[in-house]
Design a protein around this ligand. Sequence first.
Ligand code: HEM
Length: 187
Amino acid sequence: MPTTNAEPRYGAVAQALHWTIAGLIVVQFVLAKLAERLPLGMHKLILLARHKSFGMTILALAVLRLAWRLANPPPPLPPGMRRAAKTTAAATHTAIYALLFAMPLTGWLMSSAKNYSVSWFGLFTWPNLIGPNEPAFKLLRETHGILSKLLFALVILHVLAALKHHFWDRDDVLRRMLPVRRPRMRS
Ligand code: HEM
């Protein structure tokens, strides 16, 4: 499979970044929801530390992914798609990209505002972005929670759209993001 995007499919780098980030987002939701149920203590802090490390990994991968996308424009959508569907797809993708930055940044800022260090799997510590600030912490925690619900809704929409393309429209939109050999070559 070619490394770069080449019509009609995504290349290996774009696919690897897409599926790695998708998997890490699932991990993030699971860790956050498990931590939420626990009382403050060692277990909760360990889960949140992992959540922070994976979150910072997503931020780094989002930077790489955006740079790669700018250098390698995605293959065009099937010509048969209606204009409204293309506009919805573009808006959803833009919003997901924005949240891939906004979620880690609000988390990082939130931890900084509480003066909790953000370590990367115990290997090094990211610098605090702001000083201790309780009102900012509360606002950022609220924002992080609201954005997570928005991201959740958009990811569900994104997955449903991909499944609709595959099973209903029977085009190559999902397959071109998968390491499969033979595209259906339908539009
Ligand atoms: C794409 C990356 C991320 C996703 C999808 C994500 C998702 C979530 C979710 C779903 C929650 C539960 C929110 C709620 O229902 O109230 C949460 C909580 C939390 N997140 Fe993240 N997060 C991400 C990145 C980060 C990063 C990078 C940090 C810190 C460096 C962070 C720190 C926290 C903390 C401390 C909480 C618990 C807040 C509390 O005390 O209630 N998150 N996150």
